[in-house]
Design a protein around this ligand. Structure first.
Ligand code: AMP
Ligand code: MG
Length: 288
């Protein structure tokens, strides 16, 4: 699969309507994509094992999307083969009073993956230029000094986020950012399924339908995010999300390419360590 297809080229102005949410590439069915995903899940497990052993790089994987675009199911499926010990998933909700008493990157900084780990952000600091932009009253509750509340705040936050991500990448915390691009009609279908299926009821709240009424505002806010924060060091990927089976395969593919590009390797052991291994072998062999 060509991932270049999904990447938002840094410096290029994009419009979301040019991105097809129902695109499925060369796959004609969920079965075809499932074969690929199965292989990729075991590839991912091997790469993660090396990442963990080497303990040098970390990968931060950010998922952003509107409700019911498939963030949870993508995380569940794509990560189904990895070692839980090497993975950290954090879901960001409405900030708590403690979190609101800090700068807006504070809670994310605390949750960054350790070296050797895959860190997944289910929503992220990007909510600070998305939901907060669509609902400016949220900004009023942030206790910001007057000057920082001016209209330039969004451009300033974009710059801050770009700098933050640059800092991370330069320090070996690589950043992948996925937007799961679902059509408005498909969201409605999924909401109705959540309402009509008892096992899915818990996933639905009236607030989701109310938020849907801000769809166009969200599209504008997302476009602005892509046009300002898709950088060479941390580009955005806009993943077609009307077919979950395609979303899962596409996301797995991008993560694998990224890990491969890091040229991970198991740590090479020093002479002393090798000597200790053969000594340990002798001791074990000497046990009657
Ligand atoms: P869910 O992902 O469905 O559990 O919902 C989490 C909710 O938290 C969403 O409505 C987000 O918009 C909201 N949220 C996440 N981060 C922030 C933030 N920084 N400021 C305000 N709301 C947020
Ligand atoms: Mg929700």
């Amino acid at each position: 699969m060509k991932h270049n297809h999904f990447i938002v080229r840094p410096g290029k102005k994009i419009s979301l309507k040019d991105y097809h949410s129902a695109y499925t590439g060369k796959y004609k069915s969920s079965d075809e994509a499932a074969v690929r995903l199965k292989k990729d899940i075991s590839r991912l497990a091997k790469l993660q094992d090396t990442l963990y052993a080497q303990n040098t790089h970390a990968l931060l994987i950010i998922f952003q999307a509107l409700d019911a675009a498939g963030k949870d199911s993508t995380i569940k499926h794509v990560m189904s083969g990895v070692n839980p010990q090497g993975t950290q998933v954090v879901s960001f909700k409405v900030p708590s009073p403690e979190e609101r008493d800090h700068d807006y990157l504070w809670r994310s900084t605390k949750s960054l993956p350790e070296r050797g780990r895959l860190g997944i952000f289910n929503r992220s600091y990007y909510e600070e230029v998305l939901v907060v932009r669509v609902h400016p009253e949220l900004l009023s509750s942030q206790q910001l000094p007057g000057k920082t509340r001016e209209k330039v705040i969004w451009k300033r936050r974009f710059d801050e986020i770009n700098n933050f991500e640059h800092y991370l990448v330069e320090n070996g915390i690589h950043v992948l950012k996925f937007f799961l691009n679902v059509a408005k009609e498909e969201q409605k279908r999924r909401f109705l399924a959540r309402i009509e299926t008892p096992e899915k009821n818990w996933k639905f709240s009236l607030a989701d339908v109310k938020e849907r009424q801000f769809w166009d505002d969200y599209m504008r806010a997302y476009e602005d995010v892509f046009n300002h924060t898709s950088t060479k060091w941390a580009p955005w990927y806009i993943i077609p999300a009307d077919n979950k089976w395609f979303t899962h395969a596409a996301v797995a593919g991008v993560i694998i390419s990224k890990l491969k590009s890091l040229q991970l390797s198991y740590p090479s052991l020093g002479e002393q360590h090798l000597k200790e291994l053969s000594l340990a072998k002798e001791i074990l062999a000497a046990e009657a």
